[in-house]
Design a protein around this ligand. Structure first.
Ligand SMILES: Nc1ncnc2c1ncn2[C@@H]1O[C@H](COP(=O)(O)OP(=O)(O)OP(=O)(O)O)[C@@H](O)[C@H]1O
Ligand SMILES: [Mg+2]
Length: 412
């Protein structure tokens, strides 16, 4: 005989057969036999109603969401299921833990202490790993009927980029700098989509024969000084040079290489992401390279992209001259565009028209964003949405409700 359909619900509950049987007053072998589709010899009564009632009584509830310890748990991007597995030695069922959390009534001090200790350990582990993104497991995707992860760490192609107003304005500014020469700076807080935008622009420029892109590859920009910049430019322009040459000499080569490209009808563009990390030395070298010109035509266009600190750094006394030349644009919060952003992301992941976030949940997201002073970025919105989906799945809910959203602490 096949397994009983209730077996799935039982497994989700996370209670062991031994404890469940004890609590229901049903022999363990009867409970096990029933769920696995075997009828016990000599068994007179049907245990189904008792098991159903037991499962019902243990059903997770939305009430749990606003309780302080539950908030802490969810705030770490964890679920009740994670806690049950993490504290397996205590043999607590998922339904029980839900009840303890929802009612704030714990069976004994030892259990609540163990839960707090486990939470603290998880917090320390998270801190070390700097986990800021919530991952959606296959199980969760299936729960919501999604084909792929709507919020992957890395976008797979430019088609995955959702158009946003400020990113479009920043793009316009960058393209104008590229086409007409100039020096522009794009700033925005972490997760606002700067790197995504640069990838899009690079993709578009790759088809243009008149453009030579220079992108210094030093990962740690704080170590990129004037010398590293010179080398990056000479290398990408395939200009002969050697490490033995003095900086002054290499800087002069940069001028020659730029002039050569200009005469060959090429526009040379230097794009630096995470430019807020550049040394002052590197920023001053940029100013010098920007001054290379032939007639009235600048030989190098410069695009700096970085966090908001970049604007402050440019105001620095030494760099005032750069600040006067640079055309700055700040990417602001996404404001009213969040609903469309979420919808498009979910649609791209294969959601077939069903609402995963109900309208009250969308309103709750908007309120959360407003309270945060409009600092929500695509990334923090995605984190919030993913976290809400994790909790909804944990509760067995097919739709994310306002209550779930409200229960998520500000951790962005
Ligand atoms: N327009 C967009 N369309 C789709 N996804 C986006 C968009 N903008 C941002 N994202 C998502 O947000 C994530 C963070 O974006 P991105 O890496 O570009 O931020 P950033 O501004 O470069 O941040 P940092 O300053 O930390 O480098 C991306 O991985 C992507 O998932
Ligand atoms: Mg970035």
């Amino acid at each position: 005989m096949p397994n009983h359909p209730l077996l799935k619900a039982w497994r989700q509950l996370g209670v062991s057969y031994r404890i469940g049987a004890e609590e229901m007053g049903v022999p363990r072998s009867v409970l096990h036999g029933f769920l696995h589709g075997q009828k016990k010899l000599g068994q007179r009564s049907n245990p189904e109603p008792v098991i159903r009632a037991y499962l019902e009584s243990k059903k997770p509830s939305l009430e749990v969401i606003s309780e302080p310890l539950a908030k802490k748990l969810f705030g770490l991007g964890l679920t009740v299921k994670d806690a049950v597995m993490g504290m397996a030695h205590l043999n607590i069922g998922k339904g029980d833990l839900y009840r303890y959390l929802a009612q704030g009534k714990w069976p004994n001090q030892q259990t609540v202490d163990a839960f707090r200790k486990w939470l603290e350990q998880q917090k320390q582990r998270r801190k070390k790993k700097m986990i800021t993104k919530v991952m959606l497991s296959e199980e969760i995707l299936e729960h919501f009927g999604l084909k792929t992860n709507p919020f992957p760490h890395e976008l797979k192609s430019v088609e995955d980029i959702v158009p946003l107003k400020d990113l479009a304005l920043a793009e316009k500014k960058i393209l104008s700098t590229i086409n007409h020469g100039g020096f522009c700076g794009i700033t925005g807080c972490t997760g606002s989509g700067k790197t995504v935008l640069l990838k899009k622009i690079e993709h578009e420029l790759s088809a243009r024969k008149d453009i030579v892109l220079i992108k210094p590859r030093t990962v740690e920009k704080q170590y990129l000084g004037a010398s590293g910049l010179c080398d990056a430019i000479l290398e990408d322009l395939h200009w002969p040079w050697s490490k033995g040459h003095r900086l002054e000499m290499r800087a002069r080569y940069v001028g020659q290489a730029l002039e050569h490209n200009y005469r060959n009808g090429k526009k040379v563009i230097l794009i630096i992401d995470e430019a807020h990390l550049l040394t002052d030395d590197a920023l001053l070298a940029l100013k010098r390279f920007y001054e290379f010109e032939l007639g009235f035509r600048k030989l190098l266009a410069i695009v700096l992209v970085g966090q908001e600190k970049l604007a402050e750094r440019l105001q620095n006394v030494n760099l005032v001259e750069i600040a006067q030349r640079i055309d700055l644009f700040g990417i602001k919060a996404m404001n009213g565009q969040f609903a469309r952003f979420l919808k498009e992301k979910l649609a791209r992941a294969g959601m077939n028209g069903r609402e995963i976030f109900d309208s009250a949940a969308m309103k709750a997201i908007y309120e959360k964003m407003s309270k945060a002073g409009g600092f929500y970025t695509p990334q923090s919105l995605q984190n919030l949405a993913a976290q809400a989906m994790v909790i909804a799945e944990d509760l067995g809910e097919k739709t994310v409700t306002a209550k779930i959203i409200q229960g998520i602490p500000e951790a962005f």
